[in-house]
Structure formats: structure tokens, C-alpha cells
Ligand binder design. Structure first.
Ligand SMILES: [Fe+2]
Length: 247
């Protein structure tokens, strides 16, 4: 595999194509903030392995570390019991593909990645899952290696008019064979008590944000810490509010 297909739907197996056929536009009520769905088994293992090989070869060298630690003084600076607060902490690698101004854009598009993430069939998939009409997405790639994680956060952007009432993220996930586990923990009834396996090989996760969630540290199979990788291809969609929408 030298490049991604122009359409996301061309990555799908018969189960994935059936899922799309069974979930036509408008077949679900509009998802509210807090909606989360995992759709697995929709790509053949060989397809997922080919995607991983392509990402390893072509994209890995372009990634940048994206790291935010627990602030120094977050404990020693406390003066009152039970007053602790934790900003978003994380350790991962990323590659932002918003426009050609980003140096990673051209090499990512050379393997068809931006076009695939902006493809009509990927947007249709996200629309079918959420029952919402969505705009053209912003693409990004995230890579988790051994120990990489994201701490609790909610992805609310109250200063951004276009997404302050919610937006939809779709993740195409490719964990390789060296990954033992990685989990998404998210809120239900204002507790962080839901947990789902996100170490999928070609599965998709759909989020209507904001809601509280975190991703546990990636654990590698014993002795395979250096090889363990979970790729995450992300399309972030604004919710359409007008008649008609951007092409
Ligand atoms: Fe998040």
C-alpha cells in the first residue's frame, strides 16, 4: 500500500460497508454532548496492517512530541486541604494537518492521508453515527507509544463560537501487535466510570464533545516496549448550522 484510498469507505470490509448501508442519513436522532460510539470489525486485519506500515514509513518521521506535565508546585503550592486542581496533562506525538502552512501537510497528502480524512464517505460515517449534519473536518494524526496517555479533560472551547456548543471527533484507530492495552475512561452521570478498549485495529470511535474523558497509558506486551504504537487518525467536525455547508 503506497497511499490511502481517496475515500474512507474503500478501507472498509463487508461488515463496514453494511454498517454504512444500515445507517442512512437521518436514521438516528441527533447525538447530544456526551455521545460516544465505538464501531469495530469494519476493516480487514490485512488492511489495518497495510495502513500501519504506511504510517510507520511515511508519517513517523514527521511527528512532533506533544507533552504537558503536571505543573511544578501543584502540590507544594497548595495552602488549603482538598484544593488540588489538575490541568490537562499528556504525552504523545502529533502531526497537525489543518492547511498547507503546516510543514507536515504536503508529505501527509503525498500518501493521500488528508484527502481520505476529508472524504465524503468519512463525513457520512460520522453523520450516520451521530445523526448530525457536519462540516468539512480538520485532520490531525496522533501517535501513542509505550506510556503515552492523556489525563482528564473535557475538550470544551467556550471562546470559539463555532464549537462552543459542541463538535464531533472521529478517530480511526490502528494499534499494532506490540500493544497490550489502552483504554478510554469517560463520564457517565458525572462520574468517570465508563471504560472502553481503544486498542483497535481499524476500528472507529465517534465522540460528541465536550465531555470528561481520559486515555490510559499505553501498555506494551512484555519485551516489545520499543515497538508498541497506536496510531489515531483524527477528523474533527464542526456541526452544520446553516442550510448548505462547505464543500
Ligand atoms: Fe480529548
Amino acid at each position: 500500500m503506497r497511499s490511502f484510498p481517496a475515500e474512507f469507505s474503500d478501507l472498509l470490509n463487508s461488515k463496514g460497508r453494511k454498517w454504512m448501508a444500515d445507517h442512512t442519513a437521518g436514521s438516528r436522532p441527533p447525538a447530544r454532548n456526551g455521545f460516544f460510539e465505538l464501531i469495530d470489525g469494519i476493516m480487514d486485519p490485512a488492511t489495518a496492517r497495510s495502513c500501519i506500515g504506511l504510517l510507520d514509513r511515511s508519517l513517523y518521521p514527521l511527528l512532533r512530541p506533544y507533552v504537558d506535565r503536571i505543573p511544578r508546585g501543584s502540590i507544594s503550592g497548595m495552602t488549603r486541604n482538598y484544593s488540588e486542581s489538575l490541568p490537562k496533562t499528556m504525552s504523545m506525538k502529533t502531526c497537525i494537518l489543518l492547511s498547507r502552512r503546516f510543514r507536515e501537510f504536503e508529505p501527509a497528502e503525498a500518501i493521500g492521508l488528508v484527502s481520505m480524512l476529508r472524504s465524503g464517505s468519512l463525513r457520512e460515517f460520522a453523520e450516520a453515527s451521530t445523526g448530525l449534519r457536519l462540516e468539512r473536518p480538520s485532520p490531525q494524526v496522533i501517535l501513542y507509544e509505550s506510556g503515552d496517555y492523556v489525563g482528564p479533560h473535557n475538550d470544551h472551547h467556550p471562546q470559539n463560537d463555532r464549537v462552543k456548543n459542541g463538535f464531533v471527533d472521529l478517530h480511526i484507530m490502528f494499534g499494532n501487535d506490540a500493544v497490550e492495552h489502552q483504554w478510554l475512561v469517560y463520564e457517565e452521570e458525572r462520574h468517570l466510570k465508563k471504560i472502553r478498549d481503544v486498542n483497535l485495529k481499524g476500528g472507529v470511535a465517534v465522540y460528541r464533545l465536550p465531555f470528561w474523558h481520559y486515555t490510559t497509558p499505553l501498555a506494551a506486551r512484555p519485551g516489545r516496549e520499543k515497538q508498541a504504537r497506536r496510531w489515531l487518525l483524527l477528523a474533527s467536525f464542526e456541526i452544520a448550522r446553516r442550510v448548505g455547508r462547505a464543500a
